[in-house]
Design a protein around this ligand. Structure first.
Ligand code: PLP
Length: 430
């Protein structure tokens, strides 16, 4: 691509693309013009290679252009591109549902397909309220979540979410959510104690407790001990509230095991999936236990009258089946373990440096807090600029800098990524 062609794309972006979170608006930070992507690398229009430090918003667990995923997509596109899942079934949707049921813990076995992570949460919210109504408890319409939770940006998930900046524009609308505060510095012990008290206090009106298991991603990769989740699951169960686990980010081995709920030995009533599920295509799912599924049987008034046009799209479900097959055949989780250990080491070392307030790591995630301004902070963006100059795409969460690379990142690429994080943090906080 010539410099003029490249400039034209930037101009068209500015003029016509309304980017999510308005990231394209910042004049000081022109967009990367990405022409290709391969493995852990994005290739700029001028041929410059940039390491994808966050696996393209946490989706690309198997790296870009994985030949098996590309082939599965092409094969499926040639055979059956799309058909509505309306009294129709097809092989990818049917087999993927069975395969997900086989890999998820406990009796999670009924797969409701959605378009992406947000719509999976949207469906889970609707299911939770209607389940209680169907079972004769119409007062249970409220939700409980953690402060600084992130569950997606459509209306219902954004109102569960506890990140003030995302919630403010829709404050006061439909979904009624009680939130337990999480103190800035760790503090999940206290937050979960508050959650448990709220479950008890609101027992008569609570539909579900919704959590990101073990790590609150968008809040700044905030991890908490699995025992807290186990205890919360127990309290929710005893008080008749459903437990919804949002595994949109944590699923597919991001935190070590295939599903983050496995850290706590918990089987939720509903699990939401997205991101790495489709990896290269938008795809989401809610997976329910038989108890939940059965509450919707028995005639029209009990039916879940809900669906998205592209539910179970053959391309997405065929690719997701191949994602699962690659995890199995390439032993992705076991091979990620030493890489995760390297991330942990590197972030431990980073904690010793000046300018770093705290670090944490879990599986293929490492995070460092540089300042106390949270999502509104600017320090992470200074690191972003430094890292980009060194060939690494390191989009921050405000004052938190993190890595979340493909699980299959080459060891040499991972070393490069971790070196650049350290160098950029030093350069930005000097
Ligand atoms: C990204 C994310 C979502 C939303 O998924 P989308 O595909 O962006 O709609 C929901 N929950 C969590 C935990 C996420 O990280």
């Amino acid at each position: 691509m010539t410099p003029a062609e490249r400039a034209e794309l930037v101009r068209l972006d500015r003029a016509h693309v309304w980017q999510p979170y308005d990231v394209g608006e910042d004049e000081a930070r022109p967009p990367l013009v990405v022409a290709r992507a391969e493995g852990s690398w994005l290739v700029d229009a001028d041929g410059r290679r940039v390491l994808d430090g966050n696996a393209s918003w946490w989706t690309s667990a198997l790296g870009h252009a994985h030949p098996r995923l590309v082939r599965a997509l092409a094969r499926q596109a040639e055979t059956l591109d799309h058909v509505a899942l309306a009294g129709v079934v097809h092989e990818p949707a049917a087999r993927l549902a069975a395969e997900l049921a086989a890999t998820l813990p406990g009796d999670l076995a009924h797969v409701f397909y959605t378009d992406d992570g947000s719509t999976a949460l949207e469906a889970a919210v609707r299911m939770s309220v209607q389940l209680h109504a169907n079972e004769g408890r119409p007062a249970r319409t409220r939700f409980l979540a953690l402060e600084r939770a992130y569950h997606g940006d459509t209306l219902a998930p954004s109102m569960l979410g506890g990140l003030e900046v995302f919630r403010r524009p829709v404050a006061g609308l439909v979904v009624d959510c009680v939130r337990a505060p999480v103190p800035e510095a760790g503090g999940h012990e206290a937050a979960f104690e508050a959650l448990e008290r709220l479950v008890v206090a609101h027992a008569h009106e609570l539909a579900a407790v919704v959590v990101e298991p073990i790590v609150q991603g968008a809040a700044g990769m905030r991890t908490y001990p699995p025992a807290l989740l186990a205890r919360l699951a127990d309290v929710a169960r005893r008080h008749g509230a459903l437990l919804v686990a949002d595994e949109v980010f944590t699923g597919f081995g991001r935190t070590g095991p295939m599903w983050a709920v496995e850290h706590a030995g918990v089987v939720p009533d509903l699990v939401c999936l997205g991101k790495a599920l489709g990896s290269i295509l938008p795809l989401g799912a809610v997976v329910a236990t038989p108890r939940v599924r059965d509450a919707f049987r028995g005639g029209l008034p009990r039916t879940f009258l809900y669906g998205h046009t592209f539910c179970g799209n053959p391309l997405g479900t065929a690719v997701a089946r191949e994602v699962l097959a690659v995890y199995r055949d390439e032993d992705v989780l076991a091979r990620a373990r030493p890489k995760a250990a390297r991330i942990a080491q590197a972030f431990d070392a980073l904690a010793q440096g000046p300018g770093v307030r705290a670090t944490r790591s879990l599986g293929m995630i490492g995070a460092a807090d540089l300042g106390g301004a949270g999502y509104a902070g600017d320090l992470g963006w200074r690191v972003y600029d430094e890292a980009l100059r060194r060939g690494v795409y390191l989009r921050p969460l405000g004052d938190t800098v993190y890595v979340c690379p493909p699980l299959v990142i080459d060891d040499a690429d991972l070393e490069r990524l971790l070196d650049v994080v350290a160098e950029s943090v030093t350069a930005a906080t000097r």
